[in-house]
Design a protein around this ligand. Structure first.
Ligand code: TUI
Length: 317
């Protein structure tokens, strides 16, 4: 019922991509999402190539369905990881935190679908010209590294300037957000924060608990002064970070404070002294559910809203 161009492009059942989150979306989560009919994505973050290689092998053991890898373009291991992904191709690569333009043709040559995440119309336009397969337009409601435009404002703007499929991300939690995204002209959605509390997500249970307890105004943005705004939960670390940013502390000192803090939160469960990156929909996450339950609740909720996707075919003027 909710088959869109994205399902055909990626060979998946439901047009739902799981955000590729560093220290969060490991092979276990990615495989579970793909098994449930969406597209699971391993978040390679700042991990080295041998870690990524093992994760890809593990995902292949856990599912025969297509899955993806997210490449974080600020990674110190970017070149190594790209070399691995050219040698051992995966079905889909999503990218974040930069412009992947120079890697696009080599990845497509090995049969990988390339879907960059963009947070501005300008980059969307530029990347569409490089021959990418689709774009993820990510609003500032998202967790982690963000731009400054909301999903509601950005998705239709991107849809209007490119001729490739656009996937909406940021602030999407359930069937309502899914239908809204399709109404804006997207062919599918990417959800990150909701999948953090998937049963198959291997993060520390204290990090899941922090997401589940969070309310509407419990996220904040740090790092804007360094040019890398990041949304995460308010806690002891973000309060200290923001205080230091306000006082004009040096870039080095701020970077030192942030170093290792994502791992501390997600792996060690340091939810006060670590960085719990999460989007604004964290307030709606109220329990741990399997990846399958999350996907089915989303598409079934959408079905109850519009009955049939064909009633919501968004045609461009
Ligand atoms: O990449 C993300 N989310 C992330 S990456 C990450 S790891 C990190 N930690 C600390 C600082 C920086 C990164 C945690 N969360 N989402 C996709 C995304 N990409 N959002 C925004 C962008 C983006 C930003 C600028 C994409 C392209 C871009 O282009 C700049 C340019 O070169 O034109």
């Amino acid at each position: 019922m909710f088959r869109t161009a994205l399902c055909d492009l990626l060979g998946i059942e439901y047009p739902i991509i799981q955000g590729g989150m560093a220290w969060v979306s490991t092979a276990e989560l990615a495989a579970a999402v793909s098994e449930a009919g969406g597209l699971g994505v391993i978040g390679s973050g700042t991990m080295p190539a041998d870690w990524l290689d093992k994760q890809i092998r593990l995902a292949r053991q856990l599912t025969k369905k297509p899955f993806g890898v997210n490449v974080m373009l600020l990674s110190p291991f970017l070149e190594d990881n790209m070399a691995l992904l050219k040698k051992e191709p995966v079905a889909v690569i999503t990218t974040g935190a930069g412009n992947p333009g120079k890697y696009v043709s080599a990845l497509r040559e090995v049969g990988t679908k390339v879907i960059p995440v963009v947070s501005s119309v300008a980059l969307a336009k530029r990347l569409a010209r490089t021959g990418v397969d689709a774009l993820i337009a990510e609003g500032m409601e998202s967790g982690g590294h963000i731009g400054d435009i909301t999903t509601m404002a950005m998705v239709p703007q991107v849809v209007d300037v490119v001729n490739i499929p656009v996937i909406a991300a940021g602030g999407i939690f359930d069937g309502r957000g899914f239908v809204a995204a399709l109404a804006l002209g997207a062919v599918g959605v990417q959800m990150g924060t909701r999948f953090m509390c998937a049963a198959e997500c291997t993060i520390n249970p204290r990090a899941k608990e922090a997401i589940i307890s969070a309310k509407d105004r419990d996220t904040t943005i740090t790092g804007a002064s360094l040019g890398h705004p990041v949304r995460s939960l308010w806690n002891k670390l973000t309060r200290k970070y923001k205080e230091m940013e306000k006082n004009g502390v040096s870039q080095e000192e701020l970077e030192k404070l942030g170093m290792g803090s994502l791992r501390a939160a997600m792996v060690e469960g340091e939810v006060e002294n670590g960085t719990v990156m999460a989007g604004q929909i964290c307030a709606m996450v109220s329990k741990v559910q399997t990846a399958r339950e999350i996907i089915m609740e989303t598409v079934e909720g959408a079905g109850l809203l519009v009955g049939d996707l064909n009633k919501l075919v968004v045609k461009r003027q």
